[in-house]
Design a protein around this ligand. Structure first.
Ligand code: ZN
Length: 393
């Protein structure tokens, strides 16, 4: 967000594979690339970020990015509600441009829409669904091209994708270029405040370059003549930051003021908080390993539920591997038949798991906990569940 060069360590995860790339059976004996995963805080703008950046093309273009929004449970209702909120800021025929539009699940609620997403396999899915989408990274250059053809956009925004962008200044130059003077820019992104409050480290992986606070955005957007006028924390991804900004200086909402105050009261943007976070997270990871190892040593079987990026960082930091987890169940057909990176734990369908149900299902994605438990109870599964924060249900 700034040109600062003074960074201090938040937490070091060591060498890691890219978590969204599962391995094909025939590639199991090949050398897998790993990359350092170190989180630091900029002492100038206070943004918490990954400083060894993996080339985004490595993540999105040259591999099949395995996250399809449409495959995720409950996301459709979530976006339906959010679309209702966004429509307050635009007329029915006004243009909305979504950054990181994935398979078009959100844009589907709008008439005049354009998606931008660098992962070509999800763009093909969006096009099949009839959502106009450009297979590229959003940049100042692309924004100018879009403006030439479509005119300005009344709304521009992105959900759970801004943290995937390395060049945030290029992003903002594009937004300023393309956004109408009375338009609204929205962001929904991971929230550093939520990560600190819940000792959540599941969101830290190579695809996420930044871990944002509201204050980071207020300061950053000021440099582009924009004002954040509304912000809240939503339940998505276990606590996401959603904010709205404009060029025309609207009145700030009460919930915005409250969140700013919360960050001040909790010293959220200080380096002391980073140190406390590291200590808490390491303790959580150690407890989780102790719990899972204890169960395994007493002869219990454990399978993972959800072969998602979030889960893999947790496994890595806690030191949980193929000796603890027999297999992963995942409902996404794109993942089934593949293997987790480095640990090579097989990923199978729920139907296949029926033949060898474990004593415990370890749920790697906290935000899907309730959905999974209800689904399993309906299926008659009689075992128990382990959560990332060491609860047994
Ligand atoms: Zn900075």
């Amino acid at each position: 967000m700034c040109e600062g060069t003074d960074f201090k360590l938040v937490i070091n995860f060591g060498e890691n594979p890219l978590v969204n790339s599962l391995i094909e059976k025939e590639d199991l004996d090949k050398q897998e690339p790993t990359f350092p995963l170190v989180v630091r805080q900029c002492q100038n703008c206070h943004l918490v970020q990954v400083t060894d950046i993996v080339d985004s093309h490595e993540i999105y273009k040259n591999v099949d990015y395995l996250y399809f929004s449409g495959d995720m449970p409950n996301l459709k209702e979530y976006f339906a509600q959010f679309a209702g909120e966004i429509k307050k800021y635009m007329g029915e025929d006004d243009l909305i441009v979504e950054i990181g539009s994935n398979d078009g699940i959100f844009l589907d609620f709008f008439k005049n829409r354009l998606g931008v997403d660098p992962a070509s396999n999800v763009v093909v899915r969006a096009l099949k669904n009839g959502i106009p989408t450009i297979a590229d990274f959003f940049s100042e250059r692309l924004a100018r091209t879009i403006k030439r053809e479509y005119g300005t956009a009344k709304v521009i925004g992105g959900s759970n994708c801004i943290a995937h962008l390395n060049d945030l200044r290029d992003l903002m130059e594009g937004v300023v270029e393309l956004l109408a003077d009375d338009g609204v820019f929205f962001v929904e992104c991971n929230y550093w405040g939520g990560m600190v409050q819940n000792n959540n480290y599941a969101l830290i992986y190579h695809d996420h370059f930044s871990y944002f606070s509201l204050q980071n955005w207020i300061d950053f957007l000021k440099g582009y003549g924009m004002t954040v006028f509304d912000a809240t924390v939503t339940p998505a991804q276990g606590g996401s930051l959603r904010l709205f900004a404009c060029k025309d200086g609207r009145a700030k909402t009460e919930r915005f003021q409250d969140l700013v105050q919360y960050e001040t009261d909790t010293n959220l943007n200080t380096y002391d908080t980073c140190i406390e976070y590291r200590i808490a997270v390491k303790r959580e990871a150690k407890n989780l390993k102790g719990l899972i190892k204890g169960l395994k040593d007493s002869g219990k079987t454990i399978a993972g539920y959800g072969a998602a990026a979030k889960g893999f960082s947790v496994l890595k930091l806690a030191g949980i591997d193929q000796t603890h987890i027999s297999y992963f169940v995942d409902d996404s057909p794109a993942k089934q038949g593949k293997y987790t990176p480095v640990t090579h734990i097989p990923v199978i369908s729920r139907d296949k798991a029926q033949e060898k149900l474990p004593d415990y299902f370890f749920i790697t994605a906290p935000n899907y906990e309730q959905v999974i438990i209800e689904k399993e109870k309906a299926k008659g599964y009689e075992g128990k569940f382990i959560t990332v924060d060491c609860r047994i249900i």
